[in-house]
Every structure is written in C-alpha cells, then in structure tokens.
Design a protein around this ligand. Structure first.
Ligand SMILES: [Zn+2]
Length: 194
C-alpha cells in the first residue's frame, strides 16, 4: 500500500501526506493512490479532478491566499480555506471510490457524497505549510553595500592621486635644487670675472 504524492508546489510534502492520509482514513479508502498537487491559476482557488473508480487524484491549491484585502503568498493555508481543501479532496476521493455526478457529466450536477457540510473534522488539527522562498537581501543592505563599494573605489583613487602628488612634489624639489645650484654657479662666475 503506497501513497504516491507528486508535488509541483512549495507546499510541504510531509504536510500534504499527513493531510491526505487523514482523509483516506476518514473515508476508509486504501492508501494505494497517486495524488498530484499543483498550483491553481487563480488566487485562493481550490479545484481538483480524479479518475472514477481509480486511484488518481489531482488537487490544485492556491499559491496565494486571500487575507483581508490583500494576498498572503507563503504561509499556512488559513483554516477556512483548509475546510475548502478538505472538501475538494473528499469530493475527488468520492470519484475514486466510484461516485459520479448526477446527470452523468464529469463535473457539475450534484455528488451525493463528500458535500461541503459532510466534510467532517478529520482535517481540523492539520496544517499545510508552504516553504517560503529564499530571503532576498533587504534594499537597505544592497544600498549600503553599493555605498561601501563606491567609498572603497574613491579611497583607492585618492591614494593614487596622493602618491602622484608626492612624486610631483619630489620632482619640483629636485628641479628647485638644480636651479638653485646653477644660479649659485652663475653668481660665482659673475663674481670672478668682474
Ligand atoms: Zn466531481
């Protein structure tokens, strides 16, 4: 008996496994099943599909969760949405267990088992957490690093300019000495010839 989870999301596979196993236990279903998990396109939207009388389920979970007026991208699925996830999973599981919608359509109509109110409480103590992305370096640090880099470059340029200045000062002193030496020579020559 093997529960295979193909997880294409950042939701923790261990959390998903605990959740699915609890659901399978609650409905007395075999663990031998393949459950694919991927992101749904719409924020806060949960959907699924399943083989009728088979062992395959696909569950689409939202990447982001609606919270107040904004979206919470990486977090634990909020409790009210966990109820919805549990409902969708239970619904898809009922298809695996051979139940069809009335009217014969794949979806639409009503499914007599796994309705929202019947979802039970097997899921209430469970959490499905989403691994957060690697933290990005805060903007202030980036700016600070850029300033540090520019300060270092300016300091190096200043050091080069100061050593240039020293070389020029040495040359000035050297030629000042030479000029003074020849001036003295000329003065002496003028003294002896007169
Ligand atoms: Zn259905």
């Amino acid at each position: 008996m093997n529960l295979k989870i193909k997880n294409a999301t950042k939701y923790r596979t261990a959390d998903l496994r605990r959740f699915f196993e609890a659901g399978l236990r609650a409905y007395g279903a075999q663990r031998d099943r393949t459950i694919e998990v991927e992101y749904s396109r719409r924020a806060g939207y949960v959907s699924g599909c399943a083989s009728i009388g088979g062992t395959w389920i696909k569950l689409r979970l939202p990447r982001q969760h609606v919270q107040g007026s904004g979206l919470v991208p990486y977090d634990t699925i909020p409790e009210r949405q966990m109820r919805h996830v549990a409902f969708v999973f239970a619904h898809e599981l009922q298809h695996n267990l051979g139940h069809r919608h009335s009217g014969g359509s794949a979806h639409g109509g009503t499914l007599t088992h796994g309705e929202y109110d019947d979802v039970g409480s097997w899921w209430v103590d469970l959490t499905i957490r989403q691994t957060p992305p690697k933290p990005t370096v805060p903007r202030e640090v980036c700016t600070q690093r850029l300033v540090e880099k520019r300060e270092r470059r300016a300091r190096e340029a200043l050091d080069r300019a100061l050593s240039d200045l020293k070389r020029v000062q040495n040359r000035v002193r050297k030629w000042q000495r030479k000029v003074a030496y020849y001036d003295r020579k000329l003065a002496l020559a003028a003294g002896t010839s007169s």
